[in-house]
Design a binder for this molecule. Structure first.
Ligand code: SF4
Length: 555
């Protein structure tokens, strides 16, 4: 099969805030360099036109973008410093904030908001809108941005990354070419920047093949599920974070309610993907959460308009991989740039993009794309505000692996004293903590029927995510041992994929006299939970044909 090749200078994989900021900032650095060379204020030849390309698997830019989201605008100030008048769409400033502890029927307002959760000066925003805006900025500055271009394979020459292969188009369900078959292009680049979000396909290949080790053990994840409601008369700029009900103190988790303009309420629940309960189900927890009197009251008179889910990398400072190699940089969630104590990562993603852009720029000037040159990225990080922030919250999530109250105590003391203790706390990957059904004391309640007004079943919610995949294509969820699912996993864990998948993709069905795992891959909202949490690690999430997946609007 002959594949087309496309040569670019820098390839950015994933149109999230990290890659888009990196591409935009790099294009500014290149043009400033050439202007200064021309004016004689900088030595050396000009770089000339650099081909910078951002590829994105979603149908449109923003289709796969989902976050809470409260944004610390400090990164935008730095990113846009020489572009006066550029105003990112930060929806509304935070005007009122509360942290609440919920019991089943009551709520208690914390008298003092823990400092990491202070949001004065921050904005409630939609990540979808932000990335669309950033993509426009990129295009205005000669960066190419291609949606429906899923990168499926890292291209290597020895240990040097030389680009990425894009996915094929037009394969049928058996993997055979259909009449409109097109092999995916090989995009060859001097530097490849991966900003694929959590548990990225190429990032995983890079970690496995290049050994981008972490000090503190594997990345820790949570899953966030979220609905957008339209509620007349709601006051914009209100932020509530809650602890307690429905997870209580048995799991790491909590809820959030943010109000935006245009009568929007974003209501969501986040739960650790290291629960001991094999029946943990973030979608069910969100439905229970909305039934709490405090939350129910806020949603009264409204209607749900959108739904989505996404994994969140929460291991923090100690779980960040080495983020550079020959020809390679990792940015944003792919490199663990998220502060779990502040529940924020967008500003850190942008800052990581800017630092990666500086390192890539210097490499382009020196015509040296080696790891030794690109290590500049790590040096910039070491001296940065981002490092200071992440280091101050090191062990945040790790401490909760030792129990809810240990986490509360550790982080309370850390906040009060400004110190962190215990060096590097090693993480245990979520799937290794899951208990077998026979040992599981934490029996999550099974789903109650949804009422269709306040609570919804998974399929009704998936409908609101506008998820679609071409049906006649190979499933992008690769399960290496279906017999293990049918026999051992059913017996030992009760097929937890049926519970943890927030889109109802996995179903045990009766096939004659035997059960069988049915995979409804067209429902997949690309949250990556199955790849992370499957107890036997037999599920591999891979990118489907370009454009498949959710089509989030303003999530
Ligand atoms: Fe998430 Fe996997 Fe379900 Fe897709 S199949 S929605 S990635 S858990």
């Amino acid at each position: 099969m002959k594949r087309e090749q496309l040569e670019v200078d820098v390839l950015f994989v994933g149109a999230g805030p990290a890659c888009l900021s990196a591409a935009f900032y790099l294009s500014r650095l290149v043009s400033r360099h050439d202007r200064e060379v021309e004016a004689g204020t900088r030595p050396g030849p000009p770089l000339g036109e650099q081909l910078l390309l951002v590829v994105e698997k979603g149908k449109e830019i923003g289709s796969h973008a989902l976050s809470g989201a409260i944004v610390d605008p400090r990164a935008f100030r730095a990113l846009l410093q020489d572009l006066p008048g550029a105003e990112p769409p930060l929806d509304v400033p935070v005007r009122k904030e509360d942290v609440l502890f919920l019991t089943k029927r009551r709520h208690f307002r914390l008298p003092v908001i823990p400092p990491p959760l202070h949001n004065e000066g921050n904005h409630v925003a939609s990540l979808g809108k932000l990335v669309k805006w950033l993509a426009g900025l990129c295009q205005d500055h000669e960066v190419e941005v291609y949606p429906e271009f899923p990168a499926v394979k890292l291209l290597l020459e020895g240990n040097r990354v030389v680009g990425a292969r894009m996915g094929d188009r037009g394969l049928d369900a058996n993997g055979q070419p259909r009449s409109h078959f097109e092999p995916g292009t090989d995009v060859l680049a001097k530097i490849t920047v991966l900003g694929e979000g959590p548990r990225g396909t190429l990032t995983r290949q890079a970690e496995e093949q290049l050994g981008l080790d972490r000090d503190g053990g594997p990345q820790l994840y949570s899953l966030g599920v979220k609905e957008v409601w339209r509620v007349p008369g709601i006051e914009p700029g209100r932020v509530c974070h809650t602890l307690g009900y429905p997870t209580g103190t048995r799991e790491f988790g909590g809820g959030f309610i943010y109000t935006l303009t245009q009568e929007q309420v974003h209501v969501g629940f986040v739960v650790g993907l290291d629960s001991r309960d094999p029946r943990e189900d973030a979608h069910r927890l969100l439905q229970e959460y909305k039934q709490h009197p405090f939350v129910r009251r806020l949603l009264e008179g409204g209607r749900v308009v959108s739904y989505g889910a996404k994994a969140i990398p929460e291991g923090g400072y100690h779980c960040m991989p080495r983020a550079y190699a020959d020809g390679l940089l990792l940015v944003g969630d792919s490199a663990g740039f998220l502060n779990p104590a502040r529940l924020k990562g967008i500003h850190l993603a942008i800052e990581s993009g800017m630092m990666a852009a500086e390192a890539a720029f210097e490499a382009l000037v020196a015509r040296d794309y080696s790891a030794a040159r690109l290590k500049r990225y790590a040096d910039l990080f070491e001296a940065s505000e981002a490092r200071k922030e992440l280091h101050s919250a090191r062990n945040f999530r790790q401490s909760f692996q030792r129990g809810f109250w240990t986490g509360v105590l550790y982080n309370g003391l850390q906040t009060l004293t400004g110190l962190g203790w215990g060096g590097v706390w090693k993480t245990v990957p979520g799937h290794e903590r899951m208990e077998r059904m026979s040992d599981s004391a934490a029996a999550g309640a099974l789903t109650e029927p949804a009422d269709g007004e306040l609570t919804f079943d998974k399929l009704s919610d998936v409908y609101l995510s506008d998820t679609a995949h071409e049906e006649d294509q190979p499933s992008h969820l690769k399960i290496s041992d279906l017999e293990l699912c049918r026999d051992r996993c059913r017996e030992e864990y009760g097929n937890p994929c049926q519970h943890f998948c927030p889109a109802g993709v996995y179903e045990m069905v009766q096939d004659g006299d035997r059960p069988r795992l049915q995979v409804n891959f067209t429902n997949c909202v690309h949250c990556k939970t199955c790849d992370i949490l499957d107890p036997y690690q037999v599920i591999l999430w891979t990118p489907p044909e370009g454009g498949g997946g959710p089509d989030y609007k303003n999530m």
